[in-house]
Every structure is written in structure tokens, then in C-alpha cells.
Design a protein around this ligand. Sequence first.
Ligand code: TPP
Ligand code: SF4
Ligand code: MG
Length: 281
Amino acid sequence: MINPQSLNSGVFPNWCSGCGDFTIFASIKNSLVKLDMPIEKHFFVFGIGCHGHMVNFMKAYGFEGLHGRPLPVAEGAKLANRDLNVVVVSGDGDAYGEGMSHFMHIMRRNFDITLIVHNNMVYGLTIGQASPTADCGFRSRSTPEGLIEHPVNPIALAIAGGATFVARGFAGDPAHLTNLIMEGINHRGFSLIDVFQPCVTFNSVNTYQWFRERIYKLEEKGHNPADKIEAMKRALEPDKLPIGVFYREQAKQYEEQTPTQKSIVKEPIETDISELLQSMR
Ligand SMILES: Cc1ncc(C[n+]2csc(CCOP(=O)(O)OP(=O)(O)O)c2C)c(N)n1
Ligand code: SF4
Ligand SMILES: [Mg+2]
């Protein structure tokens, strides 16, 4: 049995006081407790950024590799052991900047992997450059005159890109976020959970207050997540920021369709490699 305390490594999080990363961490732990699976069945892959520091704070199997590259690591893990619940914890820079090509391709493959993105619209760890989700006009250390580019819309990209579960949460509503994470993990196929995560140190525009003034819950407006066109309209809605499940469909998972590649971990490897070793002497 796991409880939220048993998921703490003993290293206290060094995120800034008030950072949205704290409640995302708490929501992930609460969802694991509610899912009630053996802890060794979970495998977490972390991106590089403030969000990725979670690898040090959580007591579970985890891996932190290169900036922008957690998704291919997760795909390899899932192919090796299909019984694992594979979860990727990433950031807006990590997933939608450096890792954008992996993001687009994992969706059309429909791996059974859950991607949770700490979307703070800034590069937190590298002290405040504009990220791919930063709004046009955003003033930052890298854009002192204001950002010229328009932001990436990850929800619209995911719906168009073939993701079979597309949701958005808010770090200021951990109970709602916990349910979304559980739904994403229970979904058979690729799940995106983009999470609005205020960075209280380097983003003075997209604050808790700013989000609260714009957010509404899709489930309270009678949204039907089976309707792809309606989901896209919600994703493109100007001024308002819906949270909840935008889109959900059932489709075959990638790893189910690779008959030549059985789950490696479940198959005992009994190949005699003594001849190979001999040849290398
Ligand atoms: C290949 C590579 N490029 C750039 C960096 C520098 N770098 C480290 S974290 C980071 C940005 C992280 O931003 P985000 O993914 O939004 O995470 P946050 O810190 O906001 O949680 C960058 C550019 C790096 N470590 N590796
Ligand atoms: S810099 Fe921003 S994202 Fe990083 S820990 Fe501090 S508040 Fe959180
Ligand atoms: Mg970020």
C-alpha cells in the first residue's frame, strides 16, 4: 500500500515558495494513492527544468535524461515492459520547444503513456526566458522589447495530432488535477495533461489571479469529449481558458501492434553469449 508520505524521497523540494510545481507534485502523489497500484508498476521520466527536479523528491522508479527528450525514453521503457505505467513529467520548454518533434510523433503512434506538462509559459530553471507558450508581447530576459512570436497552442496541436486523451488542469485546483491525472493514467493510449503552473519568480503576467479570471471547467458547460470538432473549438476559444477533458477516444495502442517485439522484461533472456564474449577477447 502506498500513501502520499511513502512517495516522498526525503529530499525536500527546493522550488520557490508558492510555485505551482508543489501542487502538481501533490496531485501526482494523490492520484497514485487513489489508483492503488504497486509502486514498482510506475515508471516516471522527467524533463529538464524546475519541473524535472521532482525526480529528486519522489520515491518511485524515475529517470531524468536530456532536455526535450523524455518522450523517446518513455517509449523505449513501454516497449521493454508493457506492464509498466509510464508517466512523463515535462515542462513547456521541454515538451513544446526542444521536444516538439517527439511530442507530435508520440501522438500519432498512440503509445500508452501519460504526459503531464508543467506549463508556466517561461523557462524557469534558466531564469526566465520566453517559452513556446509565452504570449505575444511577453517581456522577459530574452525578449526585453516584448515577444514577437505567437504562442503554441498545445491542446489544439494534440487534438489535431491524433492524441486520444487531451486534457488541461490548473495547479491552483489540485483536486480537479488529481482526477485528470487518474483519468489520463487509466486511459489506454496517449494522454496529454497540460497544466497551467504559475511561476511566481519569473512570470509576473500569468499569475494565479490571471488564470482564475479566465478559467472555466468544461464539464460544467456540458462539453462532450467525444466530439472532436467541439473540442477543437474549445481549444481555440479566445480570452477564456477551459480546463478539464477536451477530447477522448479509444484507439489501438502502438505497443499492442508490434507482434515481433514482445515485452522484453517479461521474457527471460536465455541466449548463450559465451561465444560472442570469446570473440571479443
Ligand atoms: C539541449 C539543452 N538545451 C538547453 C538547455 C538549457 N535548459 C535547461 S532547462 C531549460 C528550460 C526549461 O524550461 P521548461 O521546460 O519550461 O521547464 P521549467 O524550468 O519552466 O519547469 C533550458 C533551456 C539544456 N539543459 N539542454
Ligand atoms: S523559478 Fe518558477 S518554475 Fe522554477 S521553482 Fe521558481 S517559481 Fe517554480
Ligand atoms: Mg516552463
